[in-house]
Design a protein around this ligand. Sequence first.
Ligand SMILES: *Cc1c(COP(=O)(O)O)cnc(C)c1O
Length: 360
Amino acid sequence: MRYPLLQIDLNKIYQNAKYIVEFCKSKGIDIAVVVKGFNAIPEVVNVLLKSGCNYIADSRIDHIKKLVESNINSSYMLLRVPMISEIKDVVKYVDISLNSEIKTLNEIEKECLIQNKEHKIILMHDLGDLREGIFNENELIDVALYIENNLKMVKLYGIGTNIGCYGGVVPTKENIGRLQEVSYKIEERINRKLNIISGGATTSLTLLFKDEMPSKINNLRIGEGLLLGRDLEDLWGYDMSSLHKDAFILKAEVVEVKEKPSKPIGDLFVDAFGNIPTFEDYGIRKRALLAIGKADFVFYEQLIPRIKDIKILGGSSDHLIVDINDCKEDIQVGDILEFEMYYGPMLHLTNSSSVNKVFI
Ligand SMILES: *Cc1c(COP(=O)(O)O)cnc(C)c1O
């Protein structure tokens, strides 16, 4: 085996996705499975498609293009508001995109006419998280009417919101309820129903758990909540025990085991990334050095050692340093240590060419 290695359990991912998709279906909500968190690895997308989800969604057009070119048939949703410079590919490879700018919509219309292809859009409403979307409700209605009345190939498929990703705003029945209210107003003005009212990402699942989701919301875009299932349990306090938390496991090799002081010797200045580190003095401790580093996972504090008494001390570009002093296991040079993870390392490890991906 080539290490470091990221073990990806396709069956666990499938079961997680199926569980979330069926739970949401039972509440009248269809799911766009968001695959950007693992860089849209085709083997994983393939099993996710079998979960019964309605769309595969990603923020990056190169990911969607890769999937289409791998002959993975699905409806594709582009999550990041498109760049004008990528519109050709957006029209070619994507079925539905999230949008917020008339200038961009006009460019999409032009490209649709060239390719003789329709394109569906979800118009985004910013409910206070301050990332993408039209903030003012009347302006949102005006743009919706503009699409409906002036664009031929660009179809107003629905409206949506994103919440919790930038500003950390909590989804509530009040703020998501405002999306429902404006959907009624738009439907009245265009004299037809919108197909999609998309009420957010993983954090919006909390409203379903509490049975507080406004009834008109019929779509969510879920990534973390079905890939790892950790945030809702560890950060939000919901019981997610029906989900596998260990579908992604990092395995890295120990290259040094030594007893050393816990506090560096000499005057302390900055580390390799310009941060000023601080250390407590716990005396001489046994520690292990692993052959994987921030270049691969970026956030060492989001790795979770599978052996309880291992404590992560930190890392540099190419090393992970762990305290193994209190470990019952006799860890030796050449041993493989395993880690579970939160979102950050999943995102980066799946993208690191130094990390061997192994599917089970
Ligand atoms: C990334 C993203 C999601 C999915 O977020 P998760 O927290 O992983 O569920 C949903 N919608 C948009 C617009 C996104 O960019």
